[in-house]
Design a protein around this ligand. Structure first.
Ligand code: HSE
Length: 435
């Protein structure tokens, strides 16, 4: 057996601690099955004295994580600090420049610095593993970097953020408010330290941009991805969506429609019993529509210690077996700038407004919609339901016929400038496909 692989680990939160525990637990298995040994040669985190689920004193402690990347005895750096810049970025760059392997769960880093990382990894012939950066324990990166490498991807639709899926599920299934469900997610350790990226859609957008690079040969970028979070969804929206036969899920999607690539992250109405509609709690799901293999559906846990550390370990095995790929499937000079979003493609929308309970209000509402080319397919309005502090406004819910997003934006601008409605209306896309 060769010399042991010497691993340095930076970031010892939920994931970092989980990686250490799982590496130690699988030591013999890795030796027997894959014929390599490893040793954890250094660890680093912001606070050495924090209570952790393992004894930090059994490993060499580095006060400065960047020193892990400079230490000549370390072969592989595992970055679990997080954040698109600062220490995580410096550590990644230093590790590559010093010819170390790099494993990271940091989607913001890969998404924001993908171009630079791709160029650097080509020129240094580096190993960079980032399975844990997208969809927790689901091997979506390995599927796109491996099994589907020669297929053509027509579209990809996924629930890519476990925290927001948990929140939406609790609102829908347990009648919780958004705030109650967020608190539960935080108590269970699913949300990021600052949960704003989980709920405003940016975490899912970072992951989608990485998937886009692998599927569509472009550098990762948020540019061209239209992003809407879940913060404006109310518990009652779930009830009305259910009545129409749909669940509301935060869907990240990139689809090639009539030759145009539409990329977005948005709360979306998906059919209740479809692959996307039936995945609850912290689970993620990725549906990949391909030219040669039909539609693949990968479902599993998208956040938390177990799934994420399992993905990190799979990258450790790849490093040990010397399995290398171009960072985004193609050499960096074959990747292009991201193609931007097209808004002219028509689809149906769910609309919810709190409409003034007064004469002519419904007629004025439909006239604004009609003026913007929006035709209504179904409507629900029931008496006796209203906002807590504004008893004069009742919810009106509509499903539209297919319409482009520019018309929706124009109707939105017009509506918010009237006194017809109380809070901002929400327009959510409806996915009619049975994905
Ligand atoms: N906070 C993320 C999520 C963790 O909820 O999906 C995994 O990226």
């Amino acid at each position: 057996m060769n010399d042991p692989i010497k691993i340095g680990i930076a970031g010892l939160g939920t994931i970092g601690s989980g990686v250490i525990k799982n590496l130690l637990r699988n030591k013999k298995e890795l030796e027997d099955k894959y014929h390599f040994r490893f040793q954890i040669s250094g660890i680093s985190a912001f606070n050495k004295n924090k209570v952790r689920s393992f004894d930090v004193n059994q490993f060499t402690w580095f006060d400065n994580p960047i020193d892990l990347a400079k230490d000549t005895s370390i072969d592989l750096v595992i970055e679990l600090i997080g954040g698109e810049s600062g220490t995580a970025y410096d550590l990644a760059i230093e590790a590559i420049k010093n010819k170390k392997g790099l494993i990271t769960a940091n989607k913001a880093l890969i998404s924001s610095h993908g171009k630079e990382l791709s160029e650097l990894s080509s020129s240094n012939n580096s190993f960079i593993g980032y399975e844990a950066a997208v969809a927790g324990g689901i091997p979506v990166i390995k599927t796109l970097r491996g099994g589907l490498i020669l297929d053509k991807i027509n579209g990809i639709y996924g629930i890519l953020n476990g925290t927001s899926n948990f929140i939406l599920s609790r609102m829908s299934e347990a009648d919780k408010s958004f705030e109650e469900a967020l608190l539960e997610a935080q108590n269970l350790g699913y949300a990021e330290a600052d949960p704003s990226f989980d709920i405003n859609g940016l975490d899912a957008a970072h992951k989608l941009s990485i998937i886009n690079s692998l599927c569509f040969s472009e550098f990762p970028s948020l540019e061209g991805i239209s992003v809407q979070g879940i913060e404006n969804i109310l518990t009652l929206d779930h009830k009305y969506a259910n009545e129409f036969g749909y669940n509301i899920k935060l869907i990240g999607s990139s689809s090639n429609i009539e030759g145009s690539l539409r990329k977005e992250v948005s709360p979306t109405l998906v059919k209740i019993n479809s692959s996307l509609g039936s995945v609850s709690n912290v689970s993620n799901v990725v549906c990949i529509n391909t030219e040669y293999s039909g539609t693949l559906v990968l479902e599993g846990e998208g956040a938390g210690e177990g799934p994420t550390s399992s993905s990190v370990l799979s990258d450790v095995v790849d490093f040990a077996l010397d399995i290398k790929h171009h960072l985004f499937n193609k050499k960096h000079n074959k990747l292009t700038a991201p193609v931007s979003n097209k808004n002219f493609i028509e689809r149906c929308y769910y609309l919810r407004v709190f409409l003034a309970d007064q004469k002519g209000a419904m007629s004025n509402l439909t006239s604004i919609l009609g003026k913007n080319g929006i035709s209504i397919d179904q409507v629900i309005q029931r008496g006796g339901i209203h906002l807590k502090d504004e008893k004069n406004f009742t919810p009106v819910i509509m499903l539209t016929h297919p319409i482009d997003s520019e018309s929706i934006d124009s109707a939105f601008s017009e509506l918010i400038n009237t006194d017809l409605i109380s809070m901002d209306p929400i327009f959510l896309p409806v996915l009619k496909d049975n994905l």
